[in-house]
Design a protein around this ligand. Structure first.
Ligand code: FAD
Length: 259
C-alpha cells in the first residue's frame, strides 16, 4: 500500500494563545508548536496498515522551513518519505489554498492508495482540508474514521462516527480518510529512527515542482480580525432549603426580566 499522511504544524495547545491588538491576529512568534494530534493518530493508522500489508507511508505538510519539525517526527515514527510544500511568498493561506497545494503535490508524488488527514486541525478547527482534497482529486472520502477494519487492493472497510452512532462503510480505493483519535495511539519514535530523521534532507517543493498555479495558491478568505470573547460574569451560588432557593431563583429571573 502506498499511503500519504497530511500533517499540519499547529500552536501547542498547552500554551494560552495571545492576541496582538495591533494586527488582530494570534501571536505565533516564540510560541511552541506541535504536530496536529489527530494527524499523528492518522499516521499511526497508516503505519499499522503497512506493518501488516507492506508498502510505504509518506508525510507531507504545507508551511515554512520550521514545519520540517513535524515531518521529522513523521519520519522518526516510521514514514519512509517526507515532503514540505512551500506556499508562494507573500500570499496568505486558508483551507482552500492549503487543500489546493496538497492536492497538486499528492498528484505529482503519487499514485497513493490512501490519503489520510486528521479529522480537523486543533487550532483553526475548520475540518475542511480533508474533504476539499478529496473533491479536488475526485477521490472517495470517508470522514471521522474511528477504526480501519479491512483493506484489500481495491477497497477499504472502516468504522466512522456518524450522527446517530457508528457506521460501517466500505469504500473503493483510492480513498481519503479523515481520522479520529481512536485510529491509534502514536508510537514512540526509536532513538535510531530519530537520529536518522534528523539527518534526512527533506525536499521543499514549490508551485512549479508540484504543477500548481501560483495565482490559485492564495487565500480566498481574508480574516479581518480575531478577538477573544468577553469574560463571562461570575455566577451566583444560591444556598438554603429547596423552597427558599426556588424563591430566590425566581426573584433573580424576574429582576433580570428573563421571566
Ligand atoms: C504558510 C501558511 C501561511 C498561512 N497564513 C495564514 C494567514 O495569513 N491567515 C490565516 O488566517 N491563516 C493562515 N494560515 C493558516 C491556514 O488558514 C490553515 O493552514 C488552513 O486553513 C488549513 O488549516 P485548517 O485549520 O483549515 O485545517 P483543517 O481542515 O481543520 O485540517 C484537517 C486536516 O487537514 C490536514 N491539513 C490542514 N492543514 C494542513 C497543512 N498546512 N499541511 C498539511 N496538512 C494539513 C491535516 O491532516 C488536518 O488534520 C497559514 C497556513 C500556512 C501553512
Amino acid at each position: 500500500m502506498n499511503i500519504m499522511v497530511c500533517i499540519k504544524q499547529v500552536l501547542d495547545n498547552a500554551s494560552v494563545p495571545k492576541l496582538d491588538p495591533a494586527t488582530g491576529r494570534v501571536v505565533t512568534e516564540g510560541v511552541e508548536t506541535i504536530a496536529n494530534p489527530f494527524d499523528l493518530n492518522a499516521l499511526e493508522g497508516a503505519l499499522r496498515l503497512t506493518d501488516v500489508h507492506g508498502g510505504e507511508v509518506s508525510v507531507i505538510t504545507v508551511g515554512n522551513e520550521e514545519c520540517k519539525t513535524v515531518l521529522k517526527l513523521g519520519l522518526a515514527m516510521g514514514a519512509a518519505h517526507a515532503y514540505l510544500v512551500k506556499a508562494p511568498d507573500g500570499q496568505e493561506q486558508d483551507s482552500w489554498s492549503v487543500s489546493y497545494l496538497l492536492s497538486r503535490a499528492i498528484t505529482s508524488l503519487g499514485p497513493f492508495d490512501l490519503v489520510l488527514c486528521g479529522k480537523q486541525a486543533i487550532d483553526d478547527d475548520s475540518a475542511q482540508v480533508g474533504g476539499s482534497i478529496a473533491r479536488l482529486l475526485n477521490m472517495t472520502q470517508v470522514t471521522y474514521v474511528e477504526e480501519i477494519q479491512e483493506v484489500s487492493s481495491e477497497s477499504i472497510t472502516v468504522k466512522r462516527a456518524g450522527n446517530s452512532g457508528s457506521e460501517i462503510i466500505a469504500a473503493r480505493l483510492p480513498a481519503l480518510l479523515t481520522c479520529e483519535k481512536s485510529l491509534g495511539e502514536p508510537r514512540y519514535p526509536t532513538l535510531k529512527r530519530t537520529r536518522m530523521a534528523n539527518r534526512v534532507d527533506i525536499p521543499a517543493l514549490d508551485c512549479t515542482e508540484i504543477g500548481a498555479d501560483p495565482d490559485r495558491a492564495g487565500a480566498l478568505v481574508k480574516v479581518q480580525m480575531v478577538y477573544a470573547p468577553e469574560p463571562r460574569q461570575r455566577g451566583e451560588l444560591l444556598r438554603g432549603e429547596p423552597e427558599e432557593i426556588t424563591r430566590l431563583a425566581v426573584a433573580r429571573l424576574v429582576e433580570q426580566k428573563i421571566i
